[in-house]
Design a protein around this ligand. Structure first.
Ligand SMILES: *Cc1c(COP(=O)(O)O)cnc(C)c1O
Length: 222
């Protein structure tokens, strides 16, 4: 299947208002160009070096999202251009993003990654930690170069759809809780990034606003 057909097929299955982040990790700039020509503008990468190399040679109107574990010492390299960092899982990382964004006179959007999966070793804030951080810190005044535009979560890798549904439902409830407790008057806390190739339909049903799709668009990684 061509990338264009995949993209058209995917768009046909998603409500209009859902944002598609095309996860292009491990795929070449040529393949990304095909997806761009098929109309996609938001691309997600999970390694700083790969992202930097691709950003240099691909069109300027691409909105780049970082979606993987990010070391604080790498933030400065992507700060000049990255649109959204979806995988913020510590205050330390958030502070560094704010600092580097300020140096670039930019605002960088971030999503707080929340741990929803049962599996060990997953990244993300535990909900209680996240609330504690938001209670202790005045995010809007203390970190003016960072906009917290919502939450991101990765469900357990399992065949059990009910398990996945439960996790997405929990994340949506947490999103609404944070919105009313901390972001009531904040017009940019709007995104709930959940759903990948295997579970995006469940995610959409459970209130996702943004899906991160790799294999469906680009085929399996070799
Ligand atoms: C790779 C990746 C995706 C895309 O996965 P697919 O199953 O290929 O759609 C989404 N989110 C994150 C965080 C990823 O690392």
């Amino acid at each position: 299947m061509s990338i264009r057909l995949n993209v058209d097929f995917l768009k046909g299955r998603l409500p209009e208002n859902i944002k598609i982040v095309a996860v292009s990790k491990f795929h070449s700039a040529d393949r990304i160009t095909e997806a761009y020509q098929a109309g996609l503008r938001i691309f997600g990468e999970n390694r700083a070096q790969e992202l930097i190399a691709k950003q240099k040679i691909l069109p300027d109107d691409i909105e780049w999202h970082f979606i993987g574990p990010l070391q604080t010492n790498k933030v400065k390299y992507i700060a000049p251009f990255v649109h959204t960092i979806q995988s913020v899982d510590s205050l330390k990382l958030l502070r560094e993003i704010d600092k580097q964004a300020a140096k670039q006179s930019r605002i960088i959007q971030i999503l707080l990654e929340i741990r929803i999966a049962q599996e060990e070793g997953k990244h993300g804030f535990i909900p209680k930690e996240c609330k504690m951080m938001l209670t202790n810190e005045n995010m809007i005044d203390n970190y003016p170069n960072v906009h917290i535009s919502g939450l991101m979560g990765i469900a357990t890798f399992t065949e059990d759809n009910e398990q996945i549904r439960k996790e997405f439902r929990t994340l949506h409830a947490f999103f609404k809780d944070l919105k009313s407790s901390y972001f009531e008057n904040c017009n940019y806390f709007t995104e709930l990034s959940m759903g990948m190739t295997d579970d995006y339909e469940i995610a959409i049903n459970e209130g996702s606003s943004m899906v991160r799709i790799g294999s469906f668009i680009f085929g399996d990684r070799i």
